[in-house]
Design a protein around this ligand. Structure first.
Ligand code: AMP
Ligand code: ZN
Length: 123
């Protein structure tokens, strides 16, 4: 998609702070972070919204979801368990879909937002 900002980021026509890249996905820091850790995971393939996915996208969606905990840990907001099984840390995963879902960029992306209860912040 020639006028898609995230496709331009994938093509490196627009700079971004990349946290992960492979053949299928790119993850980069959100330009307006809502928390100490806030990055986006996107498929390199242009898919406008979650509602534009179908069974052919199941593998991609599964991999995108599975990337979240791995990258969250690398970025410092992974889930931890101590010897007693007490959990700490963590993050939100968020996919906004369509106008009523608050989607601003129409290239499928998953937010990973971490830090101490970041949803109590401005967002
Ligand atoms: P959404 O409302 O789910 O569509 O979120 C789009 C997100 O993309 C917002 O949190 C923006 O801050 C972020 N964003 C927009 N342009 C850029 C960019 N060039 N680099 C990084 N993040 C961006
Ligand atoms: Zn795109």
């Amino acid at each position: 998609m020639s006028n898609c900002i995230f496709c331009k980021i994938v093509a490196k026509q627009i700079p971004s702070s990349v946290v992960y890249e492979d053949d299928e996905f790119l993850a980069f820091k959100d330009i307006h972070p809502a928390a100490p850790v806030h990055f986006l995971i996107i498929p390199k393939q242009h898919v406008e919204t979650l509602s534009d996915t179908s069974t052919e996208h199941m593998s991609m969606l599964g991999k995108m979801l599975a990337l979240a905990p791995r990258l969250a840990k690398e970025q410092g907001c992974g889930l931890s368990r101590d010897a007693d099984g007490q959990v700490s840390g963590g993050y939100k995963t968020l996919i906004n879909t369509g106008p009523d879902g608050g989607q601003e960029v129409y290239h499928l992306h998953m937010h990973v937002i971490g830090g101490p209860q970041p949803w109590r912040g401005q967002r």
